[in-house]
Design a protein around this ligand. Structure first.
Ligand code: MTE
Length: 324
């Protein structure tokens, strides 16, 4: 008889956040954040208390999992260690090993500005925003334009909820999202040939789509700096470069923004960036991708497998370069 031994990364999806555990951990960490640490408390408890102090939202995690979103057939959750140490965050370097450097980012206090074509522009601090927004955990596949991918339990809230809070005017057609800019903290921003700050954008239709998600956490904890703390986008049907990290500004406008990678190299990176295995990058094929958790090469799916949620939005946009 074949006995299948489970390896570390073969977590069942249900293990992303079992309900009893999240309720218990939440109560415990909340209590710790409120009071002094008991003498003799185990090291992990002390660590959690420290985290709760530095990040007032820490006690809120993990959030309940929304079972509508799964890894998909044959895909497994990527180990946390891999997803948090193999990153793209050019503000901290143009290679994957930026996780240590990114710790220089101070994510409290953190102010988010909402402006442009809205009823009334305003600013809100990240913890007030987190408290207002309907949080949950979703498992999404994450496909980078460089042909690697991973599967991660993300915590956050629908971008639509932020759009509703912002009250855009009917004339707004796009939402533009900008990353922080502080070259003292982010050495990459001293490289003046890049068009800082990192800028991304979506149409209002895309921003209101059920899948468009603002991430505040990973693996049942606040999102680490290297993955875009304290607020980053995830639109799983698009290539990862659409997911601006460490966002500070949402501007509603009737003009299509020039996005970061488009401004750098428009022949390779466009505004839409929807995943399509049949449309190659000018320098490599997009037909398959390497799952960085398992090391396996898997076929890439059109819209990254999320077509039933999103394909309709593009039915009347045939003249656009939807897949680059
Ligand atoms: N956001 C900012 N501000 N700077 C970046 O360099 N890289 C993008 C995107 N968001 C990037 C960014 C790219 S190319 C990808 S694939 C994803 O972040 C990577 O997200 P991850 O490191 O959490 O996997």
């Amino acid at each position: 008889m074949l006995i299948k031994r489970k390896r570390g990364w073969e977590l069942p999806e249900s293990a992303a956040t079992p309900e009893a555990i999240y309720l218990k951990r939440r109560t415990l960490i909340k209590g710790l954040a409120a009071g002094p640490i008991l003498l003799g408390a185990p090291a992990w408890l002390a660590g959690a208390a420290e985290a709760a102090e530095a990040d007032p939202s820490a006690g809120l995690y993990p959030f309940p999992k929304n079972d509508k979103f799964t890894a998909g057939p044959g895909r497994k959750l990527t180990p946390e260690k891999i997803a948090t140490t193999y990153n793209n965050f050019y503000e901290f370097g143009s290679h994957k090993q930026i996780s240590q450097r990114a710790q220089a980012l101070k994510t409290r206090p953190w102010t988010v500005t909402i402006d442009g074509m809205v009823e009334k522009p305003f600013q809100i601090d990240i913890d007030s925003l987190i408290k207002k927004m309907p949080h949950e955990e979703r498992i999404y596949r994450h496909r980078c334009v460089e042909a690697w991918s991973m599967v991660v339990p993300w915590s956050g809230f629908p971008l639509k909820a932020l759009v509703d809070l912002a009250k855009p005017l009917g004339s707004a057609k796009y939402v533009v999202m900008k990353t922080f800019q502080d070259p003292k903290v982010a050495p990459g921003q001293r490289q003046t040939w890049y068009p800082w700050p990192y800028t991304e954008g979506l149409t209002m239709f895309e921003a209101r789509n059920d899948l468009a998600f603002l991430v505040t956490g990973l693996y049942g904890k606040p999102v680490p700096d290297q993955n875009g703390a304290p607020l980053r986008l995830h639109t799983p049907w698009k290539y990862g470069f659409k997911h601006g990290k460490s966002l500070v500004r949402f501007t509603f406008t009737d003009k299509r923004p020039k996005t970061f990678w488009e401004a750098l190299q428009s022949s390779e990176y466009g505004f839409w960036a929807n995943v399509n295995p049949k449309v190659s990058h000018p320098r490599w094929s997009q037909a398959t991708e390497k799952d960085i958790g398992t090391g396996e090469r898997v076929p890439t799916q059109i819209w990254n497998g999320y077509g039933e949620w999103v394909a309709d939005m593009y039915a009347n946009l045939k003249g656009e370069k939807l897949f680059m």
